[in-house]
Design a protein around this ligand. Structure first.
Ligand SMILES: [Zn+2]
Length: 346
């Protein structure tokens, strides 16, 4: 029988301090050339090992080989000039100096496929691989070529589909697209964002997920959250259409967030990765707190469709905090799994 409530993380985990400066986004690498290649592989092995020690069921690379979840993918594409930068507002929230799209975008070679093969060699557990979503990619660039957000997103969707097919062939079980931009540009999401995502997963036989969150626990995000009021109803705008989409799994921020949990009713029938770990605080959840979040979600998500997860990536957190949070996630899931088994017997 399949294990109920399989645990996983949203994606990124802290890197060892010999590879990159800890607790820093876009942290520069401390190694170079051959040493960097081997250092990244060693970090990936360590990250896998830590997930296994914590009892995580669906494991990942912890994004150890990338500097940033969007930028690293874009760096491998043609048509984007990283020397030609413009300042834009990312997700209407914070200014960043971003590269410019100067011509047709394309993927001259695969980006993460070798890393995925390496992870596949290390474990027989199910593996999940994260890619940026098309809408989040266009939001991290200045477009001087297509002059249309929708057109550029469509081109990225085609590129992501090529990469996803190769990841599937490399043995990845779940391919996840990170779309924090889905929580900001609701009209675009409904007009063409979900269609682009479906283009990105076209023809895949492995499972697919979309991760939609309120971002890392960095200041720009926590400041933005303060403006959202006491109830965060952003998900409500896009859930009806997502429920109708071909995406198998929806990964969400739930614990400590102001998202009314009953919004999950709008995606009933989908598998849901329920964020039960807050990544915006160093406070470690107790197993009972994790269990509570999962119990609440179980009112709207069938037990066989509920995947306990973190709210977002944990790359910016201290390593010991991230490890303790993974342990709490496993312990909390174990509590609820036991309750479900007891119910089953009665
Ligand atoms: Zn996230």
């Amino acid at each position: 029988m399949k294990k109920l409530l399989p645990t996983s993380t949203a994606g990124s985990l802290p890197k060892p301090s010999w590879l990159a400066q800890p607790e820093t986004l876009w942290s520069p690498w401390k190694l170079q050339d051959e040493e960097l290649i081997h250092g990244k592989q060693d970090a990936l092995r360590l990250s896998l090992h830590e997930q296994q020690l914590a009892g995580v069921d669906i494991v990942s690379d912890g994004e150890q080989t990338r500097q940033h979840f969007v930028t690293t993918f874009i760096e491998h594409l043609d048509g984007v000039d990283f020397n030609h930068r413009k300042t834009v507002k990312i997700r209407n929230r914070y200014e960043a100096n971003v590269p410019t799209v100067v011509g047709p975008v394309s993927r001259p070679q695969s980006v993460f496929v070798e890393d995925a093969k390496f992870l596949r060699q290390q474990t027989n557990q199910p593996i999940k691989w994260a890619l940026p979503g098309p809408m989040t990619m266009i939001d991290t660039l200045y477009d001087d070529h297509y002059k249309s957000r929708e057109k550029l997103a469509w081109e990225f969707a085609k590129i992501l589909n090529q990469e996803a097919k190769e990841l599937e062939a490399a043995g990845v079980d779940i391919i996840q697209f990170d779309e924090p931009a889905f929580n900001v540009f609701f009209d675009d999401v409904n007009d063409w964002g979900i269609a682009c995502l479906e283009k990105a997963i076209a023809g895949l036989k492995c499972e697919t997920a979309v991760h939609i969150c309120y971002g890392y626990g960095i200041k720009a995000n926590t400041d933005w959250k303060k403006t959202l009021g006491s109830e965060w109803r952003q998900y409500e705008e896009i859930f009806p259409k997502l429920q109708q989409s071909n995406i198998d799994i929806i990964s969400l921020e739930c614990h400590n967030s102001h998202v009314p949990i009953e919004l999950l009713e709008l995606i009933r029938g989908k598998k849901v990765m329920v964020g039960a770990i807050d990544v915006a605080t160093n406070t470690i959840e107790t197993p009972e707190e994790v269990a509570n979040t999962l119990r609440e979600a179980l009112q709207y998500v069938d037990a066989d469709k509920l995947y306990p997860c973190t709210n977002c990536g944990m790359a910016p957190l201290p390593r010991d905090v991230s490890t303790a949070k993974l342990n709490a996630l496993s312990a909390g899931a174990a509590i609820v799994r036991k309750e479900l088994a007891a119910k089953d017997r009665h």
